[in-house]
Each structure stands twice: as C-alpha cells, then as structure tokens.
Design a protein around this ligand. Structure first.
Ligand code: GLA
Length: 695
C-alpha cells in the first residue's frame, strides 16, 4: 500500500522515496518529510507546533503548512487567496478528515473546511510507486449560496527538508533559443518564474529541480517537479526569514480571478514531483519513464518523418509534394507531413488562418490524390494546422470579427498578421470542431502538427459569463476540450504540439500530444544545447528533431543526422536538390536510426558531457534490459590541439561483458564505466557508437 495513516500522520511511499504530512497537536496541517524511504513507519517525523515569534509572526507563518490559505498572521506565499461575497478576504481552513479514495489505493484526499463560510478545499495526492513520483492537485467547492472569488489557487506547495543553501535549476530562453538551463542559489526571499503569455512560453517552463549545490548528473539529492498546465503558470521558490525553503506552483494569479458560483468546483491542474539521490540525470529519467507510460498512444515507436516547412515554406502543391514524397519514401521515411501553406488562400503568413479547407489553386483535386500517392508510396500522411489563430484576411474573421480576444476600445495588435480566437467561447470551439473533424473524417490523416504562433495581447472577453479574467484558464480548458474531442473521435491520429517551436511544451498536453516541436532553430550546433535542455524533463521519444539546411556554416550531413537521431528523427529539407550521395547517406542514416530507435526512444538517457556552454558533448542511451546502447559524441569548435575529455559510459550491467564500436576488446560493464573512452574528434565532427552486451 503506498498510502499509510497513523495518528494524524499521512505517509506516502514510493519504491525509494517517502512524503509525509499531518496534524500538529494544535491541529495545523503541516508537512513533515520528503526524501528517502525509511525502514519503519515510526521513523517518519511527527508534525510539531511552533510557538509564535514575539508579536510579529504567528505559528502558521513559521510552520511548513501543507496548503496555506491567506489568513491571520502569515506573510509567506499562500496557495489560496479568496474574497467572499461580503468582502472578507481571509480564508481560515481546518482539517476535516482524509481518506484513501475507494477503488484507488494510490490516491488520498484530505478535506479542509473554511471556518465560517461553506467553502471546501480537497487536497489530492496520487502516488506513483514505480516512478517514484507524487502528484498533487486541489479542488475548491463552494457549498454556499453566494459566489466566492478565487484570486489564487495553486496546485501544491512543495516543502524542502529544513536547512538553507538550496540551488534552483530552471529553464529559460526565448524563441529560437529555448531550453537554456540555469542553476542559481536560492537567497532569502522569493524567486518567481512564470508565464503571462497565455501559453506555457518559450521563455520559461514549469519544471524545477532543487539540490543543495552538490548534485551533478550522476549523483546527489535532487527534488524536482513539473506543473501539468498549458497556460499562464507561476512558480515561487521561497526562502523564509527562518531559513525554510519551499516551492509553490500553479496557475498564475497574475490578472487571474475566478467566480466560483454556488455548487461549483474549481479543479487545479496537477503538479508532479519526486526525489532522488541519483542526481539530475536520474531526476530526468524518472520523468521520462512517467511520460512514456502516459503518452496517449503508449510506448509505440514514433515514425521517421518528413516535413515540408524548411524545404519550401508556404510553397506546397500537389505535384511538388508528390515529387518530394518519392524521394522521402526511397530514403525510408515513414510519415510525410505537409506543413503550412495548404489551405484556402495561404500563400504567405498574411491570409488564410481560420479557413481550414484545401486551397483550390494548389490542390484543385483536393488533398485526397496527394494523400493516396503518399500512401501508395508506403508512407502515412500528416498535416499542419493552427486552429487557435485567425488572419484578419480570412473568411472566418470577416464573418466573426468578435470571436477574437480583444478589448473593444483598443487596437487589436497583430503578431505575424494573426489574432487569437477566444477558445473560451463555446461557439469558437464548435466551429473549429466541425471544420477539423470534417478534415480528419474525409482524409486519411495519421498525424497532425498543431501550431500556435503568437502570444496574447489585449486579453479581453467582452461578453464573458463570469469574471472576464477567467479567460486565462477557460482558454486553456477550451483548447484541451477541442483537442481531446478530436483525439477521441480520431484515435489513430498522432499529434504534435508546436508553438513557434517550443512555446507550448508541458505535461498538461500529454493528455493529447505524443510529441513536440522543440525549437524552430534547427541549426545543428545550437540544437545540441536546446535538445539537452528539453531532455531535463521530456524523453527523446517526444522530441521531434529534424535534419535541415539551416546553418552558416552548414554542419556536415552526418553531424546533422546524428543530432536529430537523438530524438524522433525527421527530415525537413528539399530532397529534390540533394545530390545522389546525400540521398544515399540519408537512406543509410534512416536505416541505422530504425535499428537504434528502440534504444533512443524507449531507453534510459545519460547526459555524459553536457552541451550547454561547451564546444563538445556526449549523450548515451541504454535499453532498459541493459543489452544495447548507443553513444553520440559531438565536437563543435575547439582550438587545436585540444581534445574532448574522456567519456565514461553509464547504465551498463557491471558484471556483464560488452563491446563498443570502434574500441578493441570485450570488457566488463564495470570497466567501460570506469575507464574513460578517448574519442578523437575533429572540429565539426560527430560519432555514433553502438554498445552491445555479448555475455
Ligand atoms: C511555426 C512552426 C514552424 C512552421 C511554421 C509554419 O513557426 O514552428 O515549424 O510550422 O510555423 O508557418
């Protein structure tokens, strides 16, 4: 049983970790433990009351409250902030009971009740014993007769073991340069990371890792987690004046309000977190395993794809795509994706978004003949859409100018000539459902790339039924609803989430999306760092990585392939201009990728020599049964005669025998892992070495 209760103490145990909280003698619900799993249940510490600090701070301010609401003498970051209909802005929660959910032995619900008003707060905990992860979310229910306005309602507050000196790892960046890793010591005060962009954002991501400054890829205590949400989010890592460290995470309270009417419940998205002693590498692998086990289409291998974008941009038509498709098929591509440019009047980014039917000039016979040709060549067909956007120059916008997010008295700021459809509106959802459902019903489409190419401005919703600031949440719920309905109706379709590259990558989308477009930057050396940052929380199977012509200087073709073979391989280049030897090399690389694909997509990933900030890098993937592995190493540019450092393999069975491509002899796993491999790479060179168990 993963959930234990003893004398007002709740203990959640995974295979290797434990998390405990309970009631103090005075009745405060406080956190008491998060770390390695202990031998006996009696070993877990019991919550204690803390005396007030003179007249300045109450006990709750000084205690690691499990889910603090704003109330009383308490100034640390609360999880809940509400205003009652009579103007009272103080929420006093007290424990009313807890139970393991009937039929769900891994899920615990703790009920809290407001002292005066009929407001109930249910804290949910789900334990994933095999993944060593714990998931938390919250449901707030208004049992009264008058509405309550919620102004902050976070998913979780994660308390770290007492003692300062923590270091926060987080991801930052911007369009074309996503997934940059930053590690910084936490100082007294609050460090905030957030998105106010309506989407998850390129600039930050709701992933965190906390350590005491000494963890590395291979060892050390790390507390890590994510928020499963695709809209505005906030994460606040706080070091209090008494040296307690905690991290609150949830929907962003910036410009947020939610009118909770009588009888209604507001449910937060979940936050998933874990603890490991195996360093940042193990933290990533825990999340990778969880993601793979929760992909909408399960652990099936993802296909090698071709994508038209970097090849011809908007210039797609039946004849040219059919010609490229022949070359792609010869190269071993399994899925042919036609990107932007295929729909009504879409000759550039100035028109067409919203009118989701094939352009008659480019596809006079519709899409079906091209799809048939592609299927005849043995490939599946995929298509690009950007449902949430509309160009003012479109039939949809001319018919429904009021459907976009806007303030009536403000200019509607266009970005990439786009405005954003208000996905909170049921009529917008219904229109898109009808159009996209017809597209999927009438064509043999196996894959959809769902794009979203701008961020919000003038976030107005004139005829909102509730508080217009509910837009931030209802928009995301609308996207989920539409996407889930389409996915349910067309269960064979594989979905990719894209937002101008990595603008919307998060665990919330795992309900629908199997893979992500990580960055519009496909220049191979930049990509090394970008892909590595992405791997902090997402596994290679979800990472679409394409070989393109981007780069000046252009890296050698094998280098570009090797970079892309570290994820779900794709090619986005005009194959009609490739020379015969390039086509031959491409075919060889695709064939090799198909051999190593189970290891890359389903195995364990080890960042052996991290890429960011370095002119060399090495990454290894190892099958779960430890029988097969693959090592990738890259050198970008170092002054001669410098050499890249020796590479220590990881994840091998110590006592088993292995051979490694390009190295003499059969050696034990222990030997390969403890004696560094010298790799003599030149500038601009890469290598792929297979690792095989032979005894
Ligand atoms: C975005 C995507 C690209 C491509 C274009 C098409 O920028 O990130 O991959 O699909 O849109 O307009």
């Amino acid at each position: 049983m993963p959930v234990h209760q003893a004398n007002n103490l709740w203990i959640l145990e995974t295979r290797q970790t434990a998390y405990a909280f309970g009631l103090t003698p005075a009745g405060l619900l406080v956190h008491s433990y998060w770390g390695i799993r202990l031998r006996d249940l009696d070993d877990y510490p019991r919550p204690q009351d803390v005396p007030p600090y003179a007249s300045w701070s109450g006990p709750a301010h000084l205690s690691p409250e499990e889910y603090p609401a704003y109330a009383g003498v308490k100034y640390t970051e609360p999880c809940l902030k509400a205003t009652f209909s009579d103007g009272v802005r103080d929420t006093v929660l007290s424990y009313r009971g807890g139970q393991v959910m009937p039929g769900q032995p891994d899920t615990l619900r703790i009920l809290l009740q407001e002292a005066y008003y009929p407001l109930q707060v249910a804290l949910y905990y789900r334990v994933y014993p095999a993944h060593d992860l714990i998931e938390r979310w919250v449901e707030v229910t208004n049992g009264g007769q008058a509405p309550v306005t919620l102004e902050r309602v976070w998913s979780a507050l994660w308390h770290l073991p007492w003692g300062g000196g923590y270091r926060l790892s987080h991801l930052w960046g911007r369009w074309f340069e996503e997934w940059q890793l930053c590690r910084e010591p936490l100082q007294p005060g609050v460090k905030v990371k957030e998105s106010r962009r309506l989407t998850t954002s390129h600039s930050a991501n709701p992933w965190f890792a906390l350590d005491r400054g000494a963890a590395d890829e291979g060892q050390g205590e790390v507390w890590f987690g994510v928020l499963a949400w695709s809209g505005n989010w906030k994460m606040a890592a706080e070091v209090t004046e008494t040296g307690a460290t905690r991290l609150g995470i949830g929907i962003n309270d910036w410009d947020f309000a939610w009118r909770l009417n009588p009888g209604e419940t507001f449910a937060t998205p979940p936050s998933l977190a874990g603890y490991t002693t195996g360093g940042f590498g193990a933290a990533s692998r825990h999340l990778h395993d969880y993601v793979r086990d929760h992909l909408p289409h399960g652990k099936r291998l993802h296909p090698v794809l071709y994508n038209s974008w970097e090849a011809v941009f908007f210039d797609v038509d039946e004849a040219s795509q059919a010609a490229v498709a022949e070359r792609a098929a010869q190269m071993g591509v399994e899925l042919f994706v036609m990107d932007d440019g295929w729909f009504h009047r879409r000759d550039g980014d100035h028109a067409g978004l919203g009118d989701w039917w094939p352009d008659r000039q480019k596809f006079p016979r519709g899409l079906q003949p091209l799809i048939q040709r592609i299927n005849d060549l043995g490939m599946d067909f995929g298509l690009w859409i950007e449902p949430e956007m509309v160009n003012p120059d479109s039939e949809l916008y001319r018919a429904h100018p009021d459907w976009v997010i806007h303030f009536p008295t403000r200019q509607r700021t266009e970005m990439r000539n786009e405005l954003i459809l208000n996905m909170a509106r049921p009529d917008v959802q219904a229109y898109l459902l009808e159009k996209l459902d017809a597209l999927l019903r009438n064509h043999n489409i196996a894959f959809i790339k769902w794009d979203m190419n701008r961020n919000v401005s003038e976030p107005g919703w004139a005829d909102a039924p509730g508080d217009p600031r509910e837009l931030w949440v209802r928009y995301v719920q609308g996207v989920y609803r539409l996407w889930e309905t389409l996915a349910r109706r067309h269960p064979h379709v594989l979905w990719q989430s894209c937002s101008g590259g990595g603008g919307r990558v998060d665990f919330g989308l795992l309900r629908v999306a199997d893979q992500f477009w990580v960055s519009d930057n496909t220049e191979a050396t930049a990509r090394l760092g970008i892909q590595e940052g992405f791997s902090q929380f997402m596994p290679a199977i979800t990472m679409e990585a394409q070989v393109t012509h981007m780069g000046d200087p252009l890296m050698p073709l094998p280098f570009r392939f090797h970079v892309s073979m570290m994820g779900t391989l794709g090619i986005s280049a005009n194959l009609l201009t490739w020379r015969p030897e390039e086509l031959r090399l491409g075919a060889e690389m695709v064939a090799l990728y198909k051999e190593i694909r189970p290891v890359v997509q389903l195995g364990d990933q080890y960042r052996l020599l991290p890429a960011q900030g370095r002119p060399f890098t090495a990454t290894q993937y190892m099958s779960k049964d430890r029988a097969e592995g693959v090592l990738f190493a890259f050198r970008t540019h170092m002054p001669e005669p410098a050499r890249i450092p020796p590479i220590y393999l990881r994840g091998l069975e110590p006592a088993a025998d292995y051979v490694v491509d390009g190295f003499e002899g059969v050696r034990s796993g222990l030997a390969w892992m403890n004696t560094g491999l010298p790799l003599n790479l030149k500038n601009g060179a890469s290598t792929l070495r297979r690792i095989r168990r032979v005894g």
